[in-house]
Design a protein. Sequence first.
Length: 194
Amino acid sequence: MGESEAGFGVAERDEWSYAPSVGVGPLRFGMTVDEVIEASELLGRTSVGDCARDHALFSPTWKIEVRRRGMASAPPAVTAYACQAVGLFCVAADAEQGPQVAFDGIPLVGRDLSELESDVIAHAEARDVHFRYTPEGYAGPDDPGVLIRGQLVGRVLRSRPLFMVPRDGAHTEWDSLPSEEHRVKNGSTGGSTA
């Protein structure tokens, strides 16, 4: 992590692992809403709400927000999305409160986006692998199940990764993006502003 990263973030971030097409941390793709709530108990308090049904193609979807214990007014550390047809299909890690998740040794959560881009490019060059940009222009690993989004924290745009599998009726993870994650707030996508 760069010097500017050291002074940023939550003092104690949980560290979660990511397995493509399997899940992230204690959350496994395909879980029901109740299973997501049970698996999230270690992190904190959960709340469940219906998602707007912007596309008739998709089955009803629920948003499960997980807030760290003792931080009721803080943004959710994790937002999980489950739909009736396939269960859990998307987990978003909040840039400020979320657990740290690494991809092949590169921390993905809460990073300055330009520093993350530099790390991803250096990693790709060193290992002779590819990386990808999202349609929004954010660099990330060459894994279709990891979508890097931007979240404004203070005055800095930080990384808010989404870990996904395609949902019912979608061809790609990008097509599966929950409508709540498309919304832009103060120059960020889907996140809070601190």
